[in-house]
Design a protein around this ligand. Structure first.
Ligand code: NDP
Length: 306
């Protein structure tokens, strides 16, 4: 019987592991197939406090993992296949293996939706990004494109005008999904231009390993054109990784886990932290912060059981 199992090994899961380990709870972290989370897809992270010269995303995750292990967190590879929260203790299954636990921290994160182009994957972190707050700074006085027509796309486009020389928003339709207020702000911004009914056909240049242009395809005419840019921001939404808890934990309209006080979910003893419960901030540091909260909440819950 475990005191606490943590599902997920991004900044939220590993910070929860660090705190739970230092509270002598001997946590088990099940790291998932995308071990390390979204920071594994980034290059330089300049906004994680304590790293004044920046730190590579994967290096930061390696450090967090080693720090949690130093205090006794056990990290297991593999993907959880099912969890059962109907009665205490909770069961966590990995295929045939079943682990039982008194408390559970869900830190399964969210995945940025991608278009599915091979060039988008290859150049991720080398000019292609899914996070303007994280990477906007690298595009000072450079032209960029943002893909998407929702609130995230416009919010990122507006934010990116602080750095970029020009921001071109590509939207697949001729009407935005974003709220009116966000649309008004974007239309009023002289640095933002729109390409309607347009999709991203390709990101150049895979051979050079950096972004040099976006190939745009007009969906109505089929015509393509090349737009010289140095950055491509994909902002077509995120999908919270809540498949395991659907039907067992309360989710909001966008599929994120609803947390009440602190990191508590609707099931006592189950806590959620990081991007799986946050579609607003989505930063490594906020994920780490809620991971700390989840471990403290779990510790207090376990004390209450005694
Ligand atoms: P949304 O799902 O609202 O929008 C996604 C956008 O991406 C849509 O315009 C969609 O096009 C487009 N898109 C999706 N898939 C593709 C694809 N394969 N190729 C091209 N385009 C694609 O996601 P958001 O992340 O923008 O927002 C999520 C939620 O968070 C919303 O409820 C939003 O209101 C909220 N939010 C609020 C903010 C605020 O108030 N400050 C800021 C950010 C988010 P189409 O329109 O054609 O479907």
């Amino acid at each position: 019987m475990r005191n606490v199992i943590i599902i997920g090994s991004g900044p939220a899961g590993l910070t929860a592991a660090l705190y739970a380990a230092r509270a002598n709870l001997a946590p088990l972290v099940i790291e998932g197939l995308e071990s390390g989370g979204q920071l594994m897809l980034t290059t330089m992270v300049e906004n994680f406090p304590g790293h004044r010269d920046g730190v590579m995303g994967p290096d930061l995750m390696t450090e967090m993992r080693a720090q949690a292990e130093r205090f006794g967190a056990e990290i297991m590879s593999g993907d959880v296949t099912a969890i059962e929260l109907g009665s205490q203790p909770f069961s966590v299954r990995l295929g045939d293996q079943v682990e039982q636990t008194k408390s559970l921290i869900v830190a399964t994160g969210a995945s940025a939706r991608l278009l599915g182009l091979a060039s988008e994957r290859t150049l991720m972190g080398h000019g292609v990004s899914t996070c303007a707050t994280c990477d906007g700074y690298f595009f000072r006085d450079k032209p960029i494109v943002v893909i998407g027509g929702g609130d995230t796309a416009l919010e990122e486009a507006i934010f990116l005008t602080k750095f970029a020389s020009q921001v071109t928003v590509l939207h697949r339709r001729d009407q935005l999904r974003a709220s009116k207020v966000m649309q008004d702000k974007a239309f009023a911004n002289p640095k933002i231009v729109f390409e309607w009914d347009t999709e991203l056909a390709e990101v150049e240049d895979v051979d050079q390993g950096v972004v040099t242009a976006a190939v745009l395809r007009n969906k109505k005419t089929g015509a393509t054109k090349e737009l010289p840019v140095e950055g491509v921001f994909i902002a077509i939404g995120h999908t919270p990784n809540t498949g395991l808890v659907k039907g067992q934990l309360d989710l909001d309209d966008n599929g994120y886990i609803v947390v009440g006080e602190g990191t508590r979910t609707n099931v006592p003893g189950v806590f959620a932290c990081g991007d799986v419960q946050d579609h607003v901030y989505r930063q490594a540091i906020t994920a780490a912060g809620t991971g700390c909260m989840a471990a403290i909440d779990a510790e207090r819950y376990l004390e209450g059981l005694e």
